[in-house]
Design a protein around this ligand. Structure first.
Ligand code: R1P
Length: 291
């Protein structure tokens, strides 16, 4: 039995941070960073059956073209992903009455609709990137025991060597996307590659305002890193954590990002709202058709 201090429920029986009960969540879940993006996605739904918000975690569940979907905001960063994926998994795979893991597990689909910075000049602002892998520079996954079962050690070692990675920043971890889900979402208009997940927006992504960074060449090294047919396409703050926890828990995850900044040529999208809207329309249609 999982104790009350470990699996925290609110007085109404909902799970602690997300404020959700099992019947309020669909098995296909869209994850976004920005809480205001949730209503922009559910504005496309045919119906909305449930809405709730606690802190940065805003959730709408409804149907799109007849398919039941949940969209939830994670806020920024891998630490929030730890909360969101664990609590969503618990809603399906732990009996909240008996506080025991269920014998029959439900596998969920997690699809991130995010914004991101491109590391390659030929992946332009307003373009879409599907993350073949999440490359975590954030350390979150190292708190879990069995990560070697889901991480790609050979690519990690090649990356550590290529970047001369500073061990004080912890070992980068790499996890592949959910292959079955990827096949349902990828089209020829989407770039594919390794997405770097950073534990911060400025220094951890090589942005210098007033503080010097530990490795001023890091973004160049990321730009040049290749492994077999894959290169690093983009940088953001959630994908590796989503991929790592999803795989450990037996779920499928794919991250789709629209590029709003191009770090290689210094450009920024003319209209962030429009760029995100384009991704929403593309992503929802792919889900309705194929997932
Ligand atoms: C930083 O501005 C935030 O934007 C990106 C990063 O991953 C980080 O969360 O994604 P979202 O627009 O999905 O939040």
């Amino acid at each position: 039995m999982i104790r009350e201090s470990e699996l925290i429920l609110n007085p109404d029986g909902s799970i602690y941070h997300l404020n959700l009960k099992p019947e309020q969540v669909a098995t296909t879940i869209i994850l976004v960073g920005d809480q205001n993006r949730v209503a922009r996605i559910s504005a496309h739904f045919d119906t909305i059956e449930h809405q709730v918000q606690k802190r940065e975690f805003c959730t709408h569940t409804g149907t799109y073209k007849g398919k039941r979907l949940t969209v939830i905001s994670t806020g920024i960063g891998p630490d929030n992903i730890d909360i969101v994926i664990n609590e969503l998994d618990a809603l399906f795979n732990i009996d909240l009455e008996t506080r025991q893991p269920k014998k029959e597990l439900t596998s969920l689909n997690f699809i991130r609709f995010g914004t991101s910075g491109s590391l390659q000049a030929d992946i332009p602002v307003d373009g879409f990137v599907l993350s073949s892998h999440g490359l975590g520079m954030d350390n979150m996954l190292h708190s879990y025991r069995d990560i070697h079962q889901v991480t790609e050690k050979e690519i990690e070692d090649a990356f550590i060597k290529h970047t001369n990675w500073n061990e004080h920043k912890g070992r980068p971890y790499i996890v592949a996307c959910g292959e079955t889900l990827k096949k349902k979402l990828l089209t020829s208009e989407v770039f594919e590659g390794i997405t770097g997940t950073a534990p911060g927006f400025y220094g951890p992504q090589g942005r210098v305002l007033r503080l010097a960074v530990q490795d001023s060449e890091l973004n160049n090294k990321l730009h040049n890193f290749k492994y077999n047919n894959f290169r690093m396409t983009n940088l953001e703050m959630e994908t590796s954590a989503i991929y790592g926890l999803s795989k450990l828990l037996g779920h499928q995850a794919v991250s789709l990002n629209v590029i709003i900044a191009n770090r290689a040529n210094g450009t920024f999208t003319k209209d962030t709202k429009q760029a995100v809207e384009k991704l929403i329309v593309f992503g929802l249609n792919q889900i309705a058709k194929n997932v």
